[in-house]
Write a new protein. Structure first.
Length: 457
C-alpha cells in the first residue's frame, strides 16, 4: 500500500517502523530534517522535508497515486488541512488525522461527517487513553483490557501472583474449575519473553498472562490468576488536563474522586465543571498534602499530567506513602523500560494506544480492531473471514487445520453475535470474526495474506 505519513515525531516514527516492516511503500513528510534523517538511516523509505499542507510538498510525496494519508503532526490544524487538501487536489481515498483538541472532538460529527471536512477517520489520543485507563478501573487487578466485538469479548493482561488458584498449576488445571469454557489463555510472557504454551505449561508468579474471555467474566478470570482485589472506591487523579478531567467525569458517579491540579485557573474551572469531584490546587508531590488527604486510604492513584517525570514521581511517592495501587501515564519509551524497576503498578503509553487505533485502519485485510502490545512486539487483532471454499484459504477449514505461523494463535470466534472462546474444532464460515493473538508481530503480513480472499471474490 502507498501511504503518506505527515509527522516524524514519536507517533509518526513508531507508525513508520511498524508499517515499513509490512512491505508498504512509505513517504514521510516533516519540517525537521534531523528527524527525517534518522528515519532515512534506519528504513527503506522516502522522506520529504516541508509542510504537509503545501500542495507542492504533497505532490512531491506522491499524493497523486497515494492510497492513504495519515496526518499525525503535533498540530491539529495541520492534520485537518492536510487531509482536506489531499482530498480536494489529489483525491486520496483514505485520510486519517490525529486530533487532540477537545473542541474539535466534541463536534466531530458536524465537522467531519457528510458534507464536512475531508477526514475519513479521527484518532483522539486523549479519548483513547481515557477509555483505556477507565477500563482498568472498572476491572481491578488487570493491567490491560482490549475489547473486541463491540465490547462482548476482551483480551486481558494480568500479572500472575500466588493466591490465584491457577498460579502454580498447569494450563490443563482449568478443566473442571469454574473457569472451564470461560477462559482461553493465549500467551504467557516470562522474564520479558513469550514462552511456548502446552497443556502442561505451569503458570508462575510474576508471569504476564494474556487471556480472552467474555467481558462479564473478566473479574472471575482475574481471581484465578491473582489475589482478589476489591473495587476501587477512593481514587486520586493527578493532572487536570483533558485526560484527567475526562477520567473524573467517567469515574465520579461510581467512586470518590479527588483531582489535583497545580494551575490555579484550571483548578477553579474544573471545580465548577466536576460537581461530584473534589478538586485541589496543590503540588501532588507535597507529602503533607498527600497525608492530609488520606493517601493511606486511597485505593488508586492515577498520574496523567503532560510530564513523564511528574507522573512517575507523583505516583511512586503516593504508592510509597500508602496508596494501594498506582497508574502513570508515560510517553517516552526510555521511561517505559524503567517502570518495572519502580513501585508503580501500571504504565500507560499514549503512543501505543494511538498506534493501535491507527493500525486498525491501515491493515490490508478486513481488520476491525488491532491492539499493539508489549512495546509493539506483540499484537492482537479482530479479522473478518470472507469468501468460499474456492476463493479463501480459511473458509471451510477447522481452526486447528489453519496454516498458522509460529507464535500465532486463534483466540476466539464471533459468529452471528455469539462468541466461542474455545474454537479449535470449529469450521470457519464467511463473515466469521476471528480474534488472533501474535506473540511475534512480524507475522502480521502472513496473517493478512492468509485471510484475504481471491481477488475474484
Amino acid at each position: 500500500m502507498k501511504i503518506i505519513i505527515i509527522g516524524a515525531g514519536q507517533v509518526g516514527s513508531t507508525l513508520t517502523e511498524k508499517l515499513v516492516t509490512e512491505k508498504n511503500e512509505l513517504t514521510v513528510i516533516d519540517t525537521d530534517r534531523s528527524l527525517l534523517g534518522i528515519l532515512n538511516d534506519k528504513y527503506d523509505l522516502r522522506t520529504v522535508c516541508g509542510l504537509g499542507t503545501h500542495p507542492d510538498i504533497l505532490a512531491s510525496a506522491g499524493a497523486a497515486d497515494a492510497e492513504m494519508l495519515v496526518a499525525v503532526s503535533e498540530s491539529d490544524e495541520v492534520n485537518i488541512l492536510a487531509c482536506q487538501i489531499a482530498d480536494t487536489l489529489f483525491h486520496v481515498p483514505n485520510k486519517i488525522a490525529r486530533i487532540r483538541s477537545r473542541e474539535y472532538i466534541e463536534r466531530s460529527a458536524e465537522l467531519f461527517g457528510a458534507g464536512g471536512l475531508s477526514v475519513d477517520k479521527v484518532i483522539s489520543p486523549e479519548m483513547l487513553v481515557t477509555s483505556q485507563i477507565a477500563e482498568l478501573v472498572f476491572h481491578p487487578g488487570t493491567s490491560q483490557v482490549m475489547e473486541f466485538s463491540n465490547g462482548e469479548l476482551a483480551i486481558v493482561m494480568v500479572k500472575a501472583c500466588y493466591g490465584g488458584f491457577l498460579v502454580g498449576n498447569s494450563l490443563s488445571a482449568v478443566k473442571g474449575t469454574e473457569l472451564d469454557g470461560k477462559i482461553n489463555i493465549v500467551a504467557i510472557v516470562r522474564n520479558g519473553k513469550a514462552i511456548r504454551l502446552s497443556s502442561g505449561t505451569v503458570i508462575e508468579g510474576g508471569d504476564e498472562v494474556y487471556f480472552i474471555t467474555q467481558t462479564s467474566y473478566i473479574g472471575q478470570c482475574v481471581a484465578g490468576l491473582e489475589r482478589v482485589e476489591t473495587p476501587y472506591r477512593r481514587v486520586l487523579i493527578i493532572g487536570g488536563g483533558n485526560i484527567g478531567a475526562g477520567l473524573a467525569r467517567k469515574l465520579q458517579s461510581m467512586c470518590q474522586v479527588k483531582l489535583v491540579e497545580e494551575n490555579r485557573e484550571k483548578a477553579e474551572r474544573l471545580s465548577e465543571e466536576l460537581e461530584k469531584t473534589m478538586v485541589f490546587e496543590a503540588d501532588p508531590t507535597d507529602r503533607d498534602f498527600l497525608d492530609d488527604e488520606g493517601i493511606t486510604k486511597t485505593d488508586l492513584v492515577i498520574a496523567v499530567t503532560s510530564s513523564d517525570e511528574s507522573n512517575i514521581m507523583a505516583s511512586s511517592l503516593a504508592k510509597r506513602l500508602g496508596a494501594k495501587k498506582s497508574i502513570a501515564l508515560v510517553q517516552r519509551e526510555i521511561f517505559l523500560d524503567l517502570i518495572d524497576e519502580t513501585n508503580i503498578d501500571i504504565a500507560v503509553s499514549p503512543q501505543q494506544v494511538t498506534i493501535s487505533a491507527l493500525l486498525s485502519n491501515i491493515r490490508h485485510a478486513d481488520v476491525k480492531n488491532v491492539y499493539s502490545l508489549r512495546s509493539g512486539n506483540s499484537e492482537a487483532m479482530e479479522i473478518v473471514a470472507h469468501g468460499s471454499g474456492e476463493s479463501s484459504n480459511v473458509i471451510g477449514k477447522k481452526v486447528k487445520e489453519l496454516d498458522l505461523p509460529q507464535g500465532v494463535s486463534v483466540s476466539a470466534i464471533i459468529r452471528d453475535g455469539a462468541s466461542f472462546i474455545i474454537a479449535d474444532e470449529m469450521t470457519l464460515k464467511d463473515g466469521d470474526h476471528i480474534i488472533i493473538f501474535l506473540t511475534d508481530r512480524t507475522r502480521v503480513r502472513e496473517i493478512e495474506r492468509l485471510f484475504q480472499p481471491s481477488p475474484f471474490f
